[in-house]
Each structure stands twice: as structure tokens, then as C-alpha cells.
Design a protein around this ligand. Sequence first.
Ligand code: FMN
Length: 149
Amino acid sequence: MTDITLISGSTLGSAEYVAEHLAEKLDEAGFSTQTLHGPQFEELETSGIWLIVSSTHGAGDLPDNLQPLFDTINEQRPDLSAVHYGAVGIGSREYDTFCGAIEKLDTLLTECGAKRVGSLLKVNILDHDIPEDPAEIWVGSWKNLLQDL
Ligand SMILES: Cc1cc2nc3c(=O)[nH]c(=O)nc-3n(C[C@H](O)[C@H](O)[C@H](O)COP(=O)(O)O)c2cc1C
């Protein structure tokens, strides 16, 4: 069945745990997954399905472990037209730049031709002590959209 590469960007682990939880749910649903925390661009297949889970730091900035991937894609502008992706942001509404990192990633991937599947989920940690919960509900619908690809 479909291979899904989960890509997490995290500083203290929240987004990383969410990515691992979603991988578990997708595995249970019969997908095969691999989860990469802060991968380099060279580690990624430029085709297939990516599921990106990223928190936001600084003022709308990417976590340090995902910044190199962003920078490489931004500089090289690879053809990502064979990539479909899902996007999950973890952030806090107390910042004006709520979930700024996933928005930047979403914009960049689209500019490189990748196609987003489903809505961009933004989890506000002020509403959700356990960000895995809304992410799990979201992935329940998201996985069904993959059947139409
Ligand atoms: C110094 C600092 C800056 C932050 N800046 C933002 C921000 O600009 N936008 C946002 O939505 N959340 C921001 N957050 C909230 C984090 O994204 C949130 O705490 C998240 O759960 C961290 O997840 P992580 O452990 O995976 O990095 C910030 C948190 C800290 C500590």
C-alpha cells in the first residue's frame, strides 16, 4: 500500500510526538510509513506522499531541525510535482505568527509544484493540551483522501 514519509520539525518534541502518533495511526490503517525528524533534503524521495508536522518558534520561524530542509528547497527550487503532501502545524495563538512555520512550508512546497492533500491543520496548544488528539481526528479524514490520488 501507499508509502507515506512523515517529516517532523520540532524543538522540544511536541511535533515529533505528534508525527510519531500519526505514523502509528497510519500504520494501523494499513499504510507503510517512515518517520524522519528534521531530515536533509537528500534523504527524501521527490515523489510519493509526505506528511509534514512542524511547530513554530521565534517569530513565525521554523524549528532549527527543519530549517536546513527549508533552505535547501528554497535555494534549489526542485521539481516537486510528483509529491503530494499533508501539513500539520503545532503552535500557540498567543503569537501573531500562529503556525507561521507550516504556512511557510506550505507556500514553498506549492511553489515547487507539490500538491497539498486536504486542509492545513493548525493545532493551537492553548486549546489542546494533547495535540495528538486533534491531529488524530484530522488524519482519519486525510488518509481517506489518499485513495483518490
Ligand atoms: C520562544 C518560543 C517562540 C514561539 N513562537 C511561536 C510562534 O511564532 N508561533 C506559534 O504559533 N507558536 C510559537 N511558539 C509555540 C510553540 O510552537 C509550541 O510551544 C509548540 O508546542 C512547540 O512544539 P515543539 O516542542 O515541537 O517545538 C513559540 C514557543 C516558544 C517557546
